[in-house]
Design a protein around this ligand. Structure first.
Ligand code: PMP
Length: 405
């Protein structure tokens, strides 16, 4: 008898029927499939899609030194262990959160492989098929896809220039067949709109969530990058029993895959159990690397790169003023990596993308950021990874595209 492993893979593919789970259906459609295809066809187009730090602003030397030092723990760091995270890293994270105004005990911090894994751990621990999750409309698409993969119904909340319109939430909640399992929000320099919820709205959202018994899940990758205006503490400062997702992806580098969840007990214990069965722990050498790199360095590094990102934002906003026609409107972001443009209600930025790419500019069409892709007249620009001259030239090109319909 021939064992399956003795046969070429191509034959096995033909003989086995692969039936994907219902769970992965929401993974099938992705803005990145569209964009990657288009970028490959138009390699000269200026690409505004990356939400990552600029490569030249990643502190490679510091990370390299930290990595070498991290191996100093030798075999002590190479067994199983530290499911909750390397203790000095959890202490560093807790100290940073206290400075933000959202203190957490190191024992409430679970280190994860980026906030994307943090979302997954929270979703696994909480979601049943049919549960409702409220998100900002628009929001981070990978959050929507992830929650939908746990068969949750993902519902968008209204937003304006100051984030979630909290006054409209009671009516929205009353119209739902059941209360949401949680509200997922990116209140500071939101992805994709760049807007920030002022303190009063955060307080109102925290009050509403408390009164209605709804858990808040706050995703906060961008708050370190404020370019002007006053700091606003995280939502967690107003709702200490909420879940907070943090990451080193923007302040150090996304490829490190180090982020964290801060969560109250007993929820923390459920998240810990999920993490244990998901991947036992983060990479223990990498947790030491990030701790050593960040300790005594991260604030200075952030201050330095913040100036570079501020200049990029200003270059982009200046070029938008100069080149974009009046049909394009936007809210000036006080920080983060993104600007969102709204066109007139009937506009379709999915349809427009091909023409924009032919004109030498690629943006992310707004529909991908709404659950169900319901709204089509927005688009997202990221300014973090492009040099100023490209940011400006791209707006000249987009201006031409928008001027001709
Ligand atoms: N949440 C938001 C709002 C993001 O913008 C991103 C990155 N684009 C993530 C989560 C994922 O971050 P991480 O690298 O920490 O998984």
């Amino acid at each position: 008898m021939t064992h399956a492993l003795d046969r070429p893979l191509s034959q096995i593919r033909q003989t086995r029927q692969i039936r994907p789970s219902r769970r992965i259906a929401p993974f099938a459609e992705s803005v990145w499939l569209v964009i990657d295809g288009l970028s490959a066809q138009r390699p000269d187009a200026i690409y505004y899609g990356s939400g990552a730090p600029a490569r030249e602003l990643i502190p490679v030397d510091r990370l390299r030194e930290a990595s070498a030092a991290a191996w100093g723990d030798g075999a002590g760091a190479l067994g199983y262990g530290e499911t909750d995270g390397y203790a000095p890293l959890r202490e560093l994270i807790a100290a940073r959160m206290a400075v933000l105004g959202a203190p957490a005990d190191p024992a409430e911090i679970l280190v994860v492989n980026g906030s994307q894994e943090g979302m997954d751990v929270v979703a696994r621990a909480l979601l049943e098929p049919g549960d409702i999750v409220l998100v900002e409309g628009p929001t981070f698409p990978e959050a929507v896809r992830l929650f939908a993969s746990y068969e949750a119904e993902v519902v968008g909340m209204p937003m304006d220039a100051e984030g979630i319109v909290v006054d409209e939430l009671p009516a929205l909640l009353d119209a739902l067949l059941q209360p949401p399992k949680f509200i997922y929000a990116i209140p500071t320099f939101q992805n994709p709109t760049g807007v920030t919820m002022p303190a009063a709205r955060r307080q109102a959202l925290a009050d509403l969530a408390r009164d209605r018994g709804i858990l808040l899940v706050e995703d906060d990758p961008y708050s370190a990058f404020r370019y002007d205006g006053e700091d606003v503490p995280p939502l967690r400062a107003y709702a200490p029993d909420s879940v907070y997702l943090g990451t080193f992806s923007k302040t150090l580098a996304p490829g490190l895959r180090v982020g964290w969840i801060a969560a109250p007990r007993p929820l923390y214990d459920h998240l810990f159990a999920v993490k244990e069965c998901l991947n036992i722990s983060n990479d223990r050498v990498m947790m030491r690397t990030v701790h050593r790199a960040a300790d005594g360095f991260l604030d200075d590094h952030i201050a330095q790169v913040r100036d570079a990102y501020r200049s990029r934002r200003d270059a982009l906003l200046g070029a938008m003023e100069e080149y974009l026609p009046p049909r394009a409107t936007w809210v000036r972001p006080e920080g983060g990596f993104f600007v969102w443009i709204d066109l007139e209600e009937e506009a379709d930025t999915d349809a427009l993308l091909e023409r924009a790419a032919a004109g030498g500019v690629i943006y992310l069409p707004g529909s991908w950021f709404f659950p169900g892709r319901t709204k089509k007249n927005g688009l997202r620009l990221s300014f973090s990874a492009l040099p100023e001259e490209k940011l400006i030239e791209g707006m000249r090109r987009l201006g031409q595209v928008l001027a001709t319909g």
